[in-house]
Structures are given as C-alpha cells and as structure tokens.
Design a protein around this ligand. Structure first.
Ligand code: CTP
Length: 411
C-alpha cells in the first residue's frame, strides 16, 4: 500500500501552490487525499484538486454521504501523515484552540497521526503576538512546521516572513517525517510489479584500440529516470554508455560502449512494460575499426574515416512485435519548431511519447541544471515548466505509471 497523505488546503493565495504539491507528492509515490476548507475553494476548485490527486475531494463536515461512507474520524486516521498547506492564521488559531467547526478542523482534532503545517500569511499577521502564541501552543502539542519563507508577498509592496514553503521543500519535509525510506516506498509504489528499461549516456564508437567517436552526454537525465522508476517500485534495468555517474541505487545497471552493444543489452532486458530511451546514441560508427593503433605515415598524413549508420535502438524496439513494451518513450533535443519536430520524430520512430527538450539558447538548458520539455503524445502536447532533471524524471515515470493504469495494462 502506498503511504498516504491527507492534504488540508487552507484559504490563502498560496493554495495554488498546493496543487503543485499534490503532484510532487504523487511523483514520490505517496497516495494523496485532499480536504479543502470553504475559503480554499475561493482559490482552487475541488475538480482541479481531484484531477491531480486522482481521488475524491472532501469539503464539508455535514455532507451526509461522506459521513456515512467515510466519516471524518476515519478520514483523519486513514492517512499516515496530515499536511496543512497553506495554513492560514485563522486555521492555526483554530488548531491551537482545538476547534471542530468545519471538516478541516474536525479532522485535525480527531487524528492520531503526525501533522505537518506549512504556514502562509501576511508578515504582520505572522509576527502578531496572537499567532506567535498559537505557534508555541501547536509546537507543545507536537505539530511539526515547515517555513514560512522570507520574500515578496502576493500583495504589492509587502515583503517579509510569511511566504509558504515551496512544494518541493514541503515534499522533502514529508519524506523526512515519514523516514524517506525508499525501500518502503518501493514496496508501495505506483510501479510495483513493473519492469522498466532505460538507456542513458553517450556511446563510444571505436576508431582503433585507443580512439573513439563520442558526444558530451552526461547521462544525468537517463540515470535520474532509472532512479525515479526504482523509487516507485519498478524492477529497472539501466543500459548505460560510459559516464562518470555512480549506478543508481536499486537499479540493475549494465555498462556498454557501442550502439550495437546497447541494442543487444536492451533486447536481453526485454520483456518490459516501459522502455525509455534517454541515451545520446552515436548515429554513426567507423565501418572497419582498426585492430591496432593507427600510425601516422608519410604517405597518409590526411586520414579519412569511412562511417556506417548505427542501428536506431528506439526504432528497433518500438517495432519489436510481441516483445514491444506497452509504453515506448523517446527523447528529442531541438532548437527550433520543438513540438513539430518531436511530433514527426514520434511517428517516424514508432514511439508512444517523445520528451522534447528545448535546447535553444533562450532556455539556458545547455550548461544549466534545468530542462524545459514538452511531452508529445498521440493525443496532445503538454508544456512542462522549467524543472531539474530529477523533477522531469519523477514526473515522467509517474505519468508512465498512470498511463499503464489508465489503459488497464495488467502487471
Ligand atoms: N536513439 C536511439 N538509437 C539511435 C539514435 C537515437 O535509440 N541510434 C534514440 C535516442 O535515445 C532518443 C531519440 O532516439 O530517444 C533521439 O532521436 P534522434 O533522431 O537521435 O534525435 P536527436 O538526438 O534529437 O537528433 P536529430 O533530430 O538531430 O537527428
């Protein structure tokens, strides 16, 4: 069973960040159920929260259906951790005085589980003696806190302490509170029972025993994908070209040199439910690599290398008939017409999805630690915000897990 978070969203402008928090928590393998206060519904809708959590959203203490089917007592105890984000000054005051006038408060009063609170309010409200008093009381009661951070507020010209922590900071705090134990998550994860194959890094195509053709791929994105799939419980085989990264934890890593070796290793790793091709495979290899080191001679001072095309691993596996994984995902690095090129690449290669990486100079992808990607599928195109390679990896494997579930592809 996935570990479960009951996320209580209070009524503040930071509520919009809590939608992102739902996604981040799910990417880390948590089940998320949402309670929205009445005020929160002024900022986010139950529909949006429900679509992201993939569960019913609870809003009202006196909704008879809820009381009959679940009830606030069970709601409060079914979770492993309660997270209040954003926690407004009002919500903190109600918690500190043990009120039970609405569903959020009643659940917080009835729970026997740990509670993590992410306050968000105007800096003057945060600094007010009443709020300080409430915070001290809640700390004495064993409530855990994350933030608030310092910075600009939503209101113009207001700055100070009171900004809600960022969703990744809150998700990190959740990991810490629940032990951050990847092996427990693994058993519970969205991809348990699934096999995933990932390619990563460059390939080295020999010219002679000491020289080769290569590229600058670091392997960071492919390795992050393999690690993220393992955290979600998949049995992962990572087929990697030569890189200077350590093999990810909990992943079977096979190191290869050439494109032909990479294809052979991927074939051996089948069958799989998901195959993700993140390697920067050399398109060409030397037609006849020399057995001995090539020497300079007076007569052949200018050498010419004859090249032949390498197999396209993605295309080959996408056409592997009964052995084809249910979901085949490729990558594309584009500097212009990103989506159009990726759509064409998806069809040409027979992939289900293409992750199109916009590497045009404006995005700062080269040399930066963030990727700006579009996920191109048969049905639509999703633009993702600039994210780290780890974030892209988590989001991609979560989406892949959801795809298998939605298409009822059995384990
Ligand atoms: N790929 C592969 N085997 C190859 C070449 C590419 O598996 N021999 C995979 C890559 O891992 C990636 C996708 O195909 O998933 C990239 O396709 P490619 O046509 O190489 O695209 P770009 O690298 O973007 O290059 P270009 O469009 O310039 O050809």
């Amino acid at each position: 069973m996935a570990r479960r978070i009951l996320l209580i969203i209070g009524g503040g402008i930071a509520a919009y960040k809590s939608l992102d928090l739902i996604r981040r928590l799910r990417e880390r393998g948590y089940g998320v159920r949402v309670v929205l206060t009445r005020a929160a519904q002024e900022f986010v809708t139950p529909l949006a929260a429900g679509a992201l959590s993939n569960d019913r959203v609870f809003t009202d203490l006196f909704d008879l259906d809820d009381e009959r089917e679940i009830g606030h007592i069970r709601l409060s105890r079914d979770a492993d951790l309660l997270v209040v984000a954003p926690a407004t000054a009002d919500l903190l005051a109600k918690m500190a005085t043990g009120q039970a006038s609405d569903l959020a408060c009643a659940v917080l009063l009835a729970t026997d589980k740990p509670v993590l609170v992410a306050p968000a309010m105007n800096p003057r409200m945060w600094a007010h003696p009443a709020t300080c008093r409430n915070m001290r009381q809640l700390e004495t009661d064993g409530v855990k806190f994350i933030g608030p951070n310092k910075g600009e507020m939503a209101e113009r010209g207001e700055a100070g302490t009171g900004r809600m922590s960022e969703p990744t900071e809150i998700a990190d705090a959740v990991d810490r509170l629940l032990g951050g134990d990847a092996s427990a998550m693994k058993k519970a994860g969205l991809l348990s029972g699934r096999r995933v194959v990932v390619t990563s890094g460059p390939t080295h195509e020999p010219i002679d025993p000491v020289r080769y053709i290569a590229n600058r791929s670091s392997g960071k994105q492919g390795h992050a994908i393999a690690a993220a799939a393992a955290v979600l419980g998949a049995q992962v085989t990572l087929v990697s070209g030569p890189v200077s990264l350590p093999p990810p934890e909990g992943v079977e890593t096979i190191t290869v040199e050439t494109a032909e070796d990479m294809l052979a290793a991927v074939r051996r790793a089948l069958p799989a439910d998901i195959a993700i091709f993140a390697a920067a495979v050399a398109d060409w290899r030397v037609a006849a690599a020399a057995d001995q080191k090539l020497k300079k001679t007076k007569s052949n001072s200018a050498q010419t290398l004859a090249l032949v095309e390498n197999p396209d691993i993605l295309k080959t596996i996408a056409a592997a008939g009964p052995k084809r994984p249910a979901l085949v995902i490729g990558f594309a690095a584009e500097t212009e017409n990103v989506v159009a090129h990726a759509q064409k690449k998806r069809k040409d290669k027979g992939a289900d999805w293409i992750v199109a990486n916009d590497v045009s100079p404006e995005t700062g992808t080269f040399g930066g630690d963030r990727n700006t990607v579009h996920l191109v599928t048969a049905r639509d195109i999703e633009g993702w915000p600039p994210q780290t390679k780890e974030e892209v990896a988590r989001r991609l494997v979560t989406r892949a897990a959801e795809y298998l579930q939605e298409n009822q592809i059995d384990v």
